[in-house]
Design a protein around this ligand. Structure first.
Ligand SMILES: Cc1ncc(COP(=O)(O)O)c(C=O)c1O
Length: 460
């Protein structure tokens, strides 16, 4: 008998709705951040009395803290399937920092080429696009997918790339590229691969053959501010680290520095030991659930969510066909109802938290929405004038280990009401600067005085 779904910290927290009632909050925004697993909070609370400096103290508590930190590092390597290689796990803040770290560390120059896909989150685009390197992209089809052959074509269509930077699962459609075959094809050409595993890590086993991997604790039930970059030790042995400072050195003179060995070389400054402990606890809890149970649970949710949305009148599901397996993530549009208004109504009237907008993946969204260039240019002009009202986008619902089939049905029922064309029970006003909607009226806390609560919920 599966232990899933699990209750996360804060489950059933009541939130106010515009009809004056309170409803148990339904978070369907796991692709953004998940609540904590109880075992994670327990482990952190158990550790806190022992909290002290890491790698910076001879005292007993410092020894305990350092050991806890290093245990988390070992757990991360193990979770990524890398215990038997000479790899390092660099503990950082999140996936974004991990990829920026790698982009700095790889020392790429005008002779280097990075291949990315158009399905990437900005965290796996912008660190590469701001480098002085050549870039090529794997295009996607109308359903937001690409094949191994498409990747091979991009790899082969010019000078041999140094790196393929690719997502392990998209945060928009939940589609999971055939990453093992892609890594194999890249390696056959001498190309290293970075997998952005921000979405993959909490939901599927990580591809152990990838050279580099990055993921975030806050998307895998450990919201204490730690993430991980995994890569071969050799990649971090030479050259100056991304961050310079204490803890990263063996000797410093005013005009000379001897950097220490990785991974410490890459972790200047006092590390986030609480975040690391939380991450380690989340890893061990996911292991105890087992991938079979996790995948089975989430597949059931994915099918119900995506087929339910696709069958709802007035709803257009973005992304791959229903028979293509995805994470329990769905991006959708509702005819004639702006995405920001859909999200506002789901929250204010139904107590359901989803995300809307372009999900930090603008190039991918432009393709999924099939927006012509001139239309995109018009939006760009609007944004330059500080007007975000017409920004294109979609609504995204994403589930996690706590989600039940009843939760999915609750969302589907709410979406059907928003999509059926009947007027909303209150009037919503759109903010020009953010593009977000807010209900008019004074039903606490949906009062104008609380407007700042909802400011800017769809930044890219
Ligand atoms: C696929 C993907 N990559 C990278 C990131 C960035 O993660 P973080 O905000 O934790 O740095 C996200 C966050 O949504 C994501 O979904």
């Amino acid at each position: 008998m599966s232990v899933l779904p699990v209750r996360l910290v804060g489950a059933d927290q009541a939130v106010p709705c515009v009809d004056g009632s309170e409803r148990p909050y339904l978070s369907l925004d796991a692709a953004a951040s998940t609540s904590a697993l109880p075992a994670v909070v327990e482990r952190v609370n158990e550790f806190l009395p022992w909290y002290s400096s890491v790698h910076r103290g001879a005292g007993y508590k410092s020894q305990i803290s350092t050991a806890a930190y290093e245990d988390a590092r070992t757990a991360a390597l193990d979770f990524a399937g890398r215990s038997d290689r000479d790899d390092v796990a660099i503990i950082c803040r999140n996936t974004t920092e991990a990829i920026n770290h790698l982009a700095y560390r790889m020392r790429l120059g005008p002779d280097s080429t990075v291949v990315m896909t158009v399905a990437e989150h900005h965290a796996n685009l912008l660190p590469w696009t701001r480098l002085d390197v050549s870039r090529r992209y794997v295009e996607c089809g109308a359903s937001g997918t690409f094949s191994v052959d498409d990747v091979v074509e991009a790899l082969d269509s010019g000078p041999v790339p140094t790196l393929l930077a690719i997502t392990g699962a998209t945060n928009v459609t939940g589609w999971i590229p055939p990453i093992d075959e892609i890594v194999e094809a890249a390696h056959a050409r001498g190309v290293e691969v970075l997998v952005d595993a921000a979405q993959l890590a909490p939901h599927r086993p990580l591809p152990a053959t990838a050279d580099y991997m990055a993921w975030s604790g806050h998307k895998m039930y450990a919201p204490y501010g730690a993430g991980v970059l995994i890569g071969p030790r050799a990649a971090f042995v030479d050259g100056d680290p991304f961050l310079a400072g204490g803890g990263a050195v063996d000797l410093v003179d005013l005009d000379e520095v001897i950097w220490t060995d990785p991974p410490e070389r890459e972790e200047a400054g006092s590390p986030n030991v609480i975040g690391a402990v939380a991450l380690g606890a989340a890893i061990s809890e996911l292991r105890s659930f087992g991938w079979d149970a996790i995948v089975a649970h989430e597949q059931e949710l994915a099918e119900r969510l995506r087929s339910g949305l696709a069958a709802t009148r007035g709803v257009r599901l973005l992304g791959p066909a229903l028979d293509v397996p995805t994470l329990a993530v769905a991006a959708f549009e509702i005819d004639d109802v702006p995405h920001a208004l859909v999200a506002a109504r789901l929250s204010a009237e139904f107590g359901i938290g989803v995300r809307h907008g372009c999900f930090c993946a603008h190039p991918y969204l432009m393709r999924l929405l099939d927006l012509p260039r001139n239309v995109v240019d018009q939006y760009r002009e609007d944004v330059r004038r500080g007007d975000r009202r017409r920004l294109p986008g979609a609504v995204r619902a994403s589930a996690d280990l706590s989600t039940t089939t009843a939760d999915i049905d609750r969302l589907l029922a709410a979406v059907a009401i928003v999509a059926d064309g009947s007027p909303a029970p209150v009037t919503y006003r759109q903010d020009t600067a953010t593009g977000d909607y807010w209900p008019e009226g004074e039903a606490a806390p949906w009062t104008s005085g609380n407007r700042s609560l909802g400011a800017s919920c769809s930044r890219g």
